[in-house]
Design a protein around this ligand. Structure first.
Ligand code: OKP
Ligand code: ZN
Length: 318
C-alpha cells in the first residue's frame, strides 16, 4: 500500500533552547532532531516525500484569530533571543524565537497539504508536523504548540464530509477539543494521561462530552500512570467504537509518540511494537486517514516508533 509523507525543512527554523518548568530553566525537549530522525529513516526506506513550496497564512485564519496570528508573526520577527510571551499563552513551555512563525506556518501547511492529498484520493498520508499543534486553540499557544495543525486539516476536510480526530498523544489535546467543542461535524476522541497528574492538568476528563449541538461529539479516555499496552489497546478500541458510530468520511490521527515507555516526559508503558498494534486497530476503521505528528521526545527511538506505526497500516485493505 502506498503511504505519502509530507515534510518541510522549515521546522528547523524553530529551535528553542529552554523552557521554564517548576520555576527552573530546563532544556527544551521539542527539538528539530525529532522530525529529522523520522524523515531520515523514511527516506532510506523509500517512502515518497512531498515538500510543500508555498505557505499561506490565510489557511491559518480558518481556525486562528487574525490578531493572534499577527502577534506571533510580529513577535518572531522582532526577537533575537527566545522569550515567553505574556499574552496568548497558557504556560511557560512555549517560547517564541526568530524562526517560530515561519516554522509554525510551515507545520500547518504540512498538515493542510496532507488534507489536500486525501481529497485528491490518497488513502493514507503522514504529515511530519513540527512544532506540534494539539494544545493550541483559537488564540492561545501552549504545550509547545502555536497553530493547531490537525484542526486546520480537519476544517478543510469537513467541507467534503464528516471528520473524526483521534488524538493518541500522551497529553490531552485541549486545543483541538476547545476548537470543536460546540460542533457536531467533527468528532474528537482523545486517549491520554489523566489530567489530574499530567499536562495540561485542567482538561481531558471523561465527563467533557461537548456543548450545545456539539454535545455527544467529544470523548476523553484518561489513563493511569504506567498504562500497559493491554489497557491502552482496550481503551483505544472503545474510542474507535465511538468513531464507528459517528461514521466519518475522513480520519485524522493526532499522532503523538510520547506514550512510549522510554519517553522522557511521558509515563505510559507502550513498547515500539505496540505502535504497530495501535495502527492496525485504527486501520480496521477503513477510512482515508491523515496522521499528523504531535509529540514524542525519545529522539533516539523515534525512527523505530514511526516505522512500527506505519507498518500497522499494512494489514489494511485500503
Ligand atoms: C506537548 B505535546 C517537562 C514539562 C513538559 C509540557 C508538555 C507539552 C507536551 N519539562 N510539559 O502534547 O507532546
Ligand atoms: Zn504530548
Amino acid at each position: 500500500m502506498s503511504i505519502k509523507i509530507v515534510y518541510s525543512p522549515f521546522h528547523k527554523k524553530h529551535s528553542p533552547k529552554y523552557e521554564l518548568f517548576d520555576g527552573k530553566v530546563v532544556n527544551h525537549v521539542e527539538v528539530p532532531r525529532r522530525i529529522e530522525k523520522i524523515v531520515e529513516v523514511l527516506k532510506v526506506r523509500g517512502f515518497k516525500i512531498i515538500q510543500p513550496k508555498s505557505f499561506l497564512a490565510r489557511e491559518l485564519y480558518d481556525i486562528h484569530r487574525k490578531k493572534y496570528v499577527s502577534f506571533i508573526r510580529r513577535a518572531s520577527s522582532n526577537t533575537i533571543r527566545e522569550f515567553f510571551p505574556k499574552k496568548y499563552s497558557f504556560d511557560s513551555y512555549t517560547p517564541i524565537t526568530a524562526g517560530t512563525f515561519d516554522a509554525a506556518l510551515a507545520s500547518a501547511s504540512v498538515a493542510k497539504i496532507g488534507a489536500d492529498l486525501l481529497l485528491s484520493g490518497e488513502s493514507l498520508v503522514y504529515s511530519l508536523c513540527r512544532p506540534p499543534g494539539h494544545h493550541a486553540s483559537f488564540r492561545m499557544m501552549g504545550g509547545y504548540c502555536y497553530f493547531n495543525n490537525a484542526a486546520i486539516a480537519a476544517n478543510s476536510l469537513v467541507k467534503t464530509g464528516k471528520v473524526s480526530i483521534l488524538d493518541i498523544d500522551f497529553h490531552h489535546g485541549n486545543g483541538t477539543q476547545e476548537i470543536f467543542y460546540e460542533r457536531d461535524d467533527v468528532l474528537f476522541v482523545s486517549i491520554h494521561a489523566d489530567p489530574r497528574w499530567a499536562f495540561p492538568y485542567s482538561t481531558g476528563f471523561g465527563n467533557e462530552r461537548g456543548l450545545g449541538k456539539g454535545r455527544g461529539y467529544n470523548f476523553n479516555f484518561p489513563l493511569p500512570l504506567k498504562t500497559t499496552p493491554d489497557l491502552y489497546l482496550k481503551r483505544l478500541n472503545q474510542g474507535l467504537e465511538k468513531i464507528r458510530r459517528f461514521g466519518p468520511n475522513f480520519l485524522i490521527i493526532s499522532a503523538g509518540f510520547d506514550t512510549y515507555l522510554k519517553d522522557p516526559i511521558g509515563g505510559f508503558g507502550l513498547s515500539i511494537n505496540t505502535f504497530k498494534n495501535v495502527a492496525a486497530q485504527i486501520s480496521s476503521l477503513n477510512l482515508p486517514t491523515l496522521a499528523v505528528q504531535e509529540g514524542g521526545y525519545c529522539v533516539k527511538d523515534l525512527d523505530k516508533i514511526s516505522l512500527s506505526f506505519l507498518s500497522g497500516f499494512d494489514s489494511s485493505p485500503l
